[in-house]
Design a binder for this molecule. Structure first.
Ligand code: PMP
Length: 293
């Protein structure tokens, strides 16, 4: 059976969830989105995701025709209509239908849709054995262009990096910024662990301020693990004891090799394991319920 999709105020079967070929989200990548996850009848960090969606929209000067409360309700209601308690949710707001020119003033009404489906970013076995990654030639775009903190529909840079990883025969790419500092992976944030300290690039390195990233930082601080947000280079990854990626779709996944160098002993490390476990525990209790219990 097909999914029920929320589209511009209506809940419709997926065959009927269609947008115009004049939609600027499609023509120009003009829009913003969120990837959210539901676990055990709760939408994890829903408020944070909705807030980031509206912040992204503010920067691109896109008016979302729904309140934040209503948008949260759309997510919950789409899950209910599909009878889902565990799901991957894609919430998208585009500039809407315009003409063939760029000018967003021609787009009078934003397009809003919500898809609740599932996702498996990496095969299960990589969560146990860790990812092999490479750094790639395509740099994370600079904040003076489309700021990476804006979760816009412009993912071509990251798609280039993904293609470069594919060509290298590995499942994920690590992207550097224009100065050569480590930024993030194509759809995940990056962490290293060195001498018991958890290190991740600061947002000004040019990265999406991941909700999973912030969650892992909070977990680490609660556990008394020192956390440092600082710029670092490939060399720092090579000599790290552990490395892992975080993201809504990926959750927490260990990295065991970068550019042919084994990280630590080449196996997922103990701090990564302990943070992965604590993260999963948090997903069981955080966020609004979908169906009242
Ligand atoms: N960086 C990029 C480029 C992403 O697309 C994502 C996924 N949204 C992340 C990082 C991780 O962010 P989050 O933990 O909020 O999913």
């Amino acid at each position: 059976m097909g999914l029920i999709i929320y589209l511009n105020g209506n809940y419709v079967p997926e065959e009927q969830a269609v947008v115009s070929v004049f939609d600027h989200g499609l023509l120009y990548g003009d829009g913003v989105f969120e990837g959210i996850r539901a676990y055990h009848n709760r939408v994890f960090k829903l408020e944070e995701h909705i807030k980031r969606l509206y912040e992204s929209a503010k920067t691109i000067m896109l008016d979302i025709p729904l309140s934040m409360e209503k948008m949260s309700e759309v997510v919950l209601e789409t899950l209910r209509r599909n009878n889902q308690r565990d799901a991957y949710i894609r919430l998208v707001v585009t500039r809407g239908k315009g003409d063939l020119g760029l000018d967003p003033r021609k787009c009078t009404k934003a397009t809003v849709f919500c898809i609740t489906a599932s996702i498996q970013l990496y095969p299960e076995e990589l969560y146990n054995n860790g990812l092999i990654t490479v750094t790639v030639p395509t740099r994370r775009n600079a904040g003076e262009a489309v700021n990476p903190r804006v979760k816009s529909l412009n993912y071509l840079n990251n798609i280039f990096a993904k293609i470069e990883a594919n060509l290298a025969g590995v499942p994920e790419a690590v992207m550097l910024n224009n100065e050569g500092y480590v930024a993030e992976a194509t759809g995940d944030n990056i962490f290293i662990i060195k001498d018991g300290v958890l290190i991740t690039p600061p947002v000004y390195a040019g990265l999406l301020e991941g909700i999973t990233r912030n969650c892992v930082i909070e977990i680490a601080r609660t556990k008394g693990i020192p956390v440092v947000e600082t710029l670092f280079t490939r060399h720092d990854i090579f000599i790290a004891d552990e490395c892992f990626l975080t993201g809504t779709a990926a959750e927490c996944i260990p990295v065991v090799q970068v550019d042919g160098r084994s990280i630590g002993n080449g196996k997922p490390g103990p701090m990564t394991h302990s943070l992965m476990k604590a993260f999963h525990e948090l997903t069981e209790t955080d966020g609004p319920q979908i169906f009242p219990e």
